[in-house]
Design a protein. Sequence first.
Length: 228
Amino acid sequence: MSASTTERRARLGGLLAVALLVATSAGSATVTSASAAPDPAQASHAEPVSPARLMRAEDPASWRDAAVTVSAATVQRRPSRAAARQALAVQQAAFTRFTTSSKATRDMRGVEKSLYRGRYYNASSETKRLCIVKRESEAHYDVVNPSHRYFGAYQVSRALAKGATWMMLKEHKKLMGASAAKKVLSRLRGKPMNTWPRYWQDAAFHTIMNYRGTLSGASHWAGGRWHC
């Protein structure tokens, strides 16, 4: 064999070795890349996917339904202004009926806890009220003094009763609504207090008693058969 032939074979063998080495390296890289790819189960643990994302990707109809449900819940938690006004109107109407026509307010005889528990009510004036109502009328809300000058459970004059209707107006606009409060108090203003329902006589007493501070109006009931 000649030297030139031997040299050609050596070169051919080197080229084959290089090609084999390159092929082996590429295969190793492919295997390495495949083994480095994250397993889907492990990936889901590493980065949780929210139900909303799944619904958007897989089931748009379900996602829309879910969005409507969330919106409905939000509306329920935060009622509209119209719904709030309607609820307030229902509450005010119920309060108006209680003060004018309920069984409790139409009960004109007997010592009971004050039906009025509003802004001018407090424990001190309630204690005094229970004493005064026994002293002045024995808790007869429909009585009139023999002189026809004092009326009702607390024996209030016509002038003081009229003044009380104006004193009670601002508070009862909020409790009953402005229209109802004006109407009811205007009607009471033209009548002696012995014709007023129990609630309104109790409300007038506490309002007069505490209008300018706790027990500020006590002088209106300073006299009597015994001290209260």
